[in-house]
Design a protein around this ligand. Structure first.
Ligand SMILES: Cc1cc2nc3c(=O)[nH]c(=O)nc-3n(C[C@H](O)[C@H](O)[C@H](O)COP(=O)(O)OP(=O)(O)OC[C@H]3O[C@@H](n4cnc5c(N)ncnc54)[C@H](O)[C@@H]3O)c2cc1C
Length: 254
């Protein structure tokens, strides 16, 4: 059980005529998909801040703490319960699509899809691994966002099936912002964001907020680290007023 499972039930109270009334928090529903092994890490601190700040705002926050859940990242035959659509030659995309329609996806996928379906905002919190998200998070994308649930034939990009949602990629790097500039050896950090934001989220119809990037937390002073954490708290305070980015190739490559 993750220490961050803060999805709380609504408080209830009795009114004189005996009707049970639920006072739901007025806020939005947020799913944070978190991929770091260590709660004391900088990513762990960013997660803690997001949970505390969004909960304070009245949001209902759910965390999928992937390492703590021992989330299975591999896309395999085990994701389909019961018989296959075509047992002669296994095709993961076709089989999960068919299984989704039959209600025969594995329990862990059904649970993650339920969290996504209910969420207004998806936050992905992780350290950058090889110019990408950690494999456990990529596995979450591969397995959870199946055809029929997240996209379908011709229901892609602005027509994707998750159009009512926002997303935000919040991550840390090992190296400085200068390295991730057009002139730097790493190239513009937006190149890294293209497959994540455009190739996955935008493809499924999810709108994308500006990413939140904390550069090189291991190599800066304690004071700078505190500043970065305070900046995240500050951003979260006005997050719901933000407009999504224009998720077009120009945003990434111009
Ligand atoms: C396989 C692999 C591939 C990688 N590929 C890349 C890559 O392609 N590009 C790249 O740039 N980097 C890469 N890295 C580096 C990686 O992105 C960084 O190591 C990571 O982002 C650092 O984040 P962290 O949360 O693990 O930091 P941590 O090491 O956990 O934290 C940094 C410091 O912050 C401190 N801290 C934590 N919480 C607080 C707090 N509340 N207040 C003050 N201080 C705090 C910690 O104690 C620590 O001293 C890679 C790393 C690995 C393992």
């Amino acid at each position: 059980m993750s220490p961050y499972s803060t999805n709380c039930s609504a408080p209830a109270s009795w009114i004189p005529n005996g009707l049970l009334v639920f006072f739901l928090p007025p806020g939005k529903k947020v799913l944070i998909v978190y991929a770091h092994q260590e709660p004391k890490s900088f990513n762990g601190s960013l997660l803690k801040i997001a949970v505390e700040e969004l909960t304070k705002q009245g949001c209902s926050v759910t965390v999928s703490d992937l390492y703590a859940m021992q989330f299975e990242p591999r896309a395999t035959r085990n994701d389909i319960v019961g018989h296959l659509h075509n047992s002669e030659a296994f095709n993961y995309g076709v089989e999960t699509w068919e299984a989704y329609k039959r209600g025969c996806l594995s329990k862990d996928l059904v649970e993650e899809q339920k969290k996504v379906r209910e969420a207004d905002l998806l936050i992905f919190q992780f350290p950058l691994f090889w110019f990408n998200m950690p494999a456990i998070l990529k596995g979450w994308m591969d397995r959870v966002l199946v055809r029929g649930f997240a996209y379908d034939l011709s229901k892609i990009y602005d027509g994707g099936l998750l159009q009512d949602k926002l997303s935000l990629f919040s991550f840390t790097t090992g190296v400085s912002q200068e390295i991730y500039s057009k002139e730097g050896i790493g190239g513009d950090i937006r190149y890294v964001l293209w497959p994540m934001q455009h190739g996955i989220m935008h493809f499924c119809g999810v709108k994308v907020l500006e990413p939140h990037i904390c550069y090189a937390p291991e190599n800066v002073s304690e004071e700078k680290r505190k500043e970065m954490l305070a900046a995240w708290t500050q951003r979260l305070k006005t997050l719901w007023k933000e407009e999504p980015i224009n998720c077009s190739p120009e945003w990434y490559f111009k």
